[in-house]
Structure formats: C-alpha cells, structure tokens
Design a binder for this molecule. Structure first.
Ligand SMILES: Cc1ncc(COP(=O)(O)O)c(C=O)c1O
Length: 398
C-alpha cells in the first residue's frame, strides 16, 4: 500500500497553497492573452550583449565566474551595485551594508528566516505581492494588513494601528514604487512620515523596489532606504530590468541585519550564481544598463497607455481600476463579480489574469483582479481586455 506522504509534511506546509504555480505554468502558454505574471517582455532581453559578455567571461574570468561565490556576493559585483544605488538613489551602502541575493524573493526569505519567530507580527499592504506574503507566511508570523489609497500605503491608518496595538510588529513590508499588484506610487510626503513613524516604534521597514526603475516619467520620489538607511532594508531585483533567468537581486540595510542575512544564505543556496553576478557587473559597468532602462520604460509606458484606453472602452460601467505611472500592473475592482470564478471562465475565452484573493493577507476578497500589461503586445492588450469584458458581462447576465 502506498504511503500517505501528506502525514509526513510539516504542519506549516500542509496549509500552504500553490498560488504562484499557476502563474509560472502559464509563462509560455500559446494562444492565450496572458495578463497574469509580472513578466518582462522578451523583446527587451539583451541577448546579443549577454552572449558577448558570457563569451569574454568564459575566456578570461572562468576562475571567478564558474566558481562558488562568497555568500554576500562577489566583491566587484557588490561595488557595481553600490555604485548603481548611489547614482539612482543618492546614497551608497558601505561594504557591509549590501549583499547580492538570488533575486527579490530570496531576499524576502532571508529576512523572514533571520528575523521572524512564530507569532511575530508582520505588516503588509492591502493588497500586497503574493509571493512575498507567502514567503513571510512560511515562517508562521501573524500577518496584519495596512490599507492603501491612491497615494499608496495609508500612513495615518498605520499610525493608528501602531498606537492601538499592544505588540510592536517586527517589520513592515512595503512596495512604494508602482506597487504589485496595484501599480500605486507612495507619495513623497508619506515617505518621510512613514520612515519617521516606523523609526519611532522600532519597526523595521522592508522596502521592495522591484519596479522603481520602471517609472513612465522622470518623476521619482526618494527611496525609503535613502531617507533612513539605519531603519530600512531595501530589497531589489534585476529580474524586471535585466532578465529573470539570471535570478539576481540585492539587500541593502543596516550592517547588523545584512550580516545575519548573509549567514541565512549560507544555509540556503549559499551564494547567488557567480556567472550571473559577473555578467550583471559587466552589463552595469559598460553602461548597457543605463542605455537599456529608457527602452524598457518606453515599451511599458506604451503598453500601460493602451491598457488604460482598452479598459476605458470595454469596461465602462463594469468597475474601477488604477492608473499606474510605472511598473507592470493595473488593479481592477469589479463589484459583484467573483474574480476567482471569472479566471476560470476567462481561460475558456483564452485570457489569463490573477484573481485578487491571493493578494490579501488577512481578509477574504473576491472582487479584485490584477492585469499585467508588461508582456502583451499592444494589439493583444485591446483584444484580451475586450474578451475579458465580454466574459464579465455574461457572468453578470447583462
Ligand atoms: C514586488 C516584487 N518583489 C519581488 C519579486 C520577485 O523578484 P525575483 O524574480 O527577483 O525573485 C517580484 C516579482 O514578481 C515582485 O513583483
């Protein structure tokens, strides 16, 4: 008789849901207008440049590029990323304040692993990035949501929550720039207030800047980390701006915390891949990254505009949505429509999106959904939004 392996799973694993599997499985589905994952467009993959860089590294630097790397990252790569942060955010992390991670989600896991005991309170935005929420949830914290509005996280609501709470949360996870899933941008005034508030209560801010470099205009607000590097850990990723196949990101923050993240990495994957680190470093140093970003911003800006136009045309009267000023997403509210059921019906009409439920940490919600416009061509965006609106109308019996 077969063994029931489910009885051998850890208690925390038994309740975990495979929320991302469906999105990743759709990565290459054909014939479907795919608004689901936060995937960069493959037209932006710098294949020729990466091929040249890889060839040179194999010829000249195999001893480093094909070897294990230090857990904090290759020193020269860290310096290149530190220089990037200085150029873009006006602050350069010291050597012991920055590490290279295997992407953004690795940084979330390292933070959760180093900082959370079961039952600790973790604050997240409502809604928030489901990958990070489930990354934290794996360490059994109590997740609490902080509301948002069009200017991002509601700092006054957070202040009220902190004032009325008898436990001090361990950390607040926030995505201030072109948030996943809502596309919202945290206002400049709220940034200063947020950093001041969290410092006062001793709540560590984990600032996820996954989409920060992908604003549609030159407008940029200061990063939370640059406002107070002693009270914020910034996590970033090169998945959206270089390519996700390389699995690289960073964590920058107080030296004491970064030291623990490095130890946590020693007992997970030990180090981010050296070949990718060296490729990224060369890409940054040669100025390719700076040349690449404007092209990416332009492409996504165009797609966002088409998406908003298509929503205005096809979804008039069906709901409301956010108007992102950067990033990959718009967030829809369709009152009275069960978006989890809608996702199944939409797949039959060859359209995919992510229903909103997974983006809520401590509340059940079925009337939101996330549309990603990042890797759908402009004509397909209109086609897909039109198909989706038709399904919504059928479900509503209109
Ligand atoms: C806000 C946010 N953080 C982190 C990540 C994960 O990045 P990575 O692919 O580097 O793990 C994503 C990817 O969707 C994201 O949207």
């Amino acid at each position: 008789m077969g063994i029931d392996w489910s009885t051998r799973l850890a208690a925390r694993t038994r309740t975990q849901q495979d929320l991302l599997g469906g999105i990743l499985a759709l990565a290459n589905a054909r014939g479907v207008v795919n608004f689901s994952g936060g995937f960069p467009d493959l037209a932006l993959f710098p294949t020729g440049t990466v091929a040249d860089i890889a060839r040179d590294l194999l010829a000249d630097d195999a001893a480093i590029a094909l070897q294990y790397a230090p857990s904090e990252g290759i020193e020269s790569t860290r310096h290149a990323v530190a220089d990037l942060l200085l150029a873009e955010q006006g602050h350069r992390p010291a050597d012991d304040e920055l590490m290279i991670t295997s992407g953004g989600i690795d940084a979330v896991t390292l933070i959760a692993k180093s900082m959370l005991d079961p039952g600790d309170v973790v604050l997240v935005e409502e809604p928030s990035y489901l990958g990070a929420v489930s990354g934290f949830a794996a360490f059994d914290p109590r997740l609490r949501s902080v509301p948002m509005d069009d200017d991002g996280l509601d700092v006054e609501a957070l202040a009220a929550l902190l004032a009325s709470s008898d436990v001090v949360p361990k950390l607040l996870y926030t995505i201030p720039d072109f948030q996943n899933p809502s596309g919202r941008l945290l206002s400049a005034e709220r940034r200063t207030a947020l950093v001041e508030l969290c410092s006062r209560y001793g709540v560590l801010i984990v600032e996820d800047v996954a989409y920060r470099q992908l604003g549609f205009t030159a407008e940029q607000h200061p990063s939370l980390w640059s406002l107070n590097p002693d009270a914020v850990v910034q996590i970033g990723t090169f998945s959206k701006t270089f390519f996700p196949g390389v699995r690289l990101g960073w964590a920058a923050g107080p030296a004491e915390i970064v030291a623990h993240l490095v130890v946590a990495k020693q007992n997970s994957d030990q180090c981010a891949g050296a070949l990718g680190q060296r490729m990224l470093e060369e890409f940054l140093r040669a100025g390719h990254f700076d040349a690449h970003l404007p092209r990416a911003r332009e492409l996504y800006r165009g797609r966002a505009a088409v998406m908003l136009g298509a929503l205005a045309e096809h979804f008039d009267g069906l709901g409301t949505w956010t108007a992102p000023r950067g990033g990959f997403f718009t967030w829809l509210r369709l009152p009275g429509v069960d978006t989890t059921a809608l996702a199944v019906r939409a797949r039959e009409a060859s359209v995919a999106f992510v229903p909103g439920a997974g983006f809520f940490a401590d509340r059940v919600d079925h009337e939101h959904l996330r549309l990603s416009f990042s890797r759908v061509s402009e004509p397909d965006i209109d086609l897909g939004v039109g198909r989706l609106a038709a399904v919504v109308r059928t479900m509503r019996g209109a």
